[in-house]
Design a protein around this ligand. Structure first.
Ligand code: MN
Length: 187
């Protein structure tokens, strides 16, 4: 059985970039619903004692497990999302060096994430990932897909499902992404 992770901040701590009302739906309703669905789907099955990552890897690209794959992916992706939020504290020195090596500046990386998020069509996620040989890159995944199954180590993400911003920004995804990436994203 999985439990909804604890938020590493108070529900009003992200305002005005992300309101407490958005958190109340996004975390307490959407994220909770993915956790509940995974628990329902794994009960009494071969998956019930596996880690989330293992479930995702074992159900990837298997049509008979599509619902479990999608919901487990969404639990994992939201866990990464809430942990991608910082409050301007210094980032890990090793990560900072790697960002400079791959993107030259942190602002250039921020802009790349914003650009990818704005042009991404539909529901999904924009990620900073680490690939073979420690290479950093920015990529997008659709719906509940995660970079884990593509062989990347996810470092952080931005949720671009409408439920992440609609209450605060309605259809203005660009405004949400710019505010989120420049003010909250831990890079
Ligand atoms: Mn979400």
């Amino acid at each position: 059985m999985f439990e909804l992770m604890k938020l590493p901040f108070k529900d009003n701590a992200l305002a005005p970039v992300v309101s407490a009302e958005t958190i109340s739906f996004h975390y307490a309703k959407h994220h909770q619903a993915y956790v509940d669905k995974v628990n329902e789907l794994i009960a009494g099955t071969e998956f019930q004692n596996m880690s989330l990552e293992e479930i995702i890897e074992r159900t990837f690209d298997k049509p008979e497990y599509l619902a479990l794959y999608n919901n487990a992916g969404q639990v994992f992706n939201h866990n990464v999302y809430w942990n991608s939020i910082g409050f301007g504290e210094r980032i890990d020195a090793e990560l900072e060096t790697k960002i400079k090596e791959h993107f030259e500046t942190r602002d250039a990386l921020r802009q790349k994430i914003i650009d990818e998020a704005v042009k991404f069509f539909g529901s999904g996620w924009i990620w900073l990932v680490e690939g073979a040989g420690g290479k950093l890159s920015v990529l997008a995944t659709r719906n509940g897909d995660t970079p884990l199954v593509l062989g990347y180590k996810p470092l952080l993400n931005v949720d671009v499902w409408e439920h992440a911003y609609y209450l605060d920004y309605q259809n203005r995804r660009k405004d949400y992404v710019e505010a989120f990436v420049t003010q909250l994203l831990k890079i």
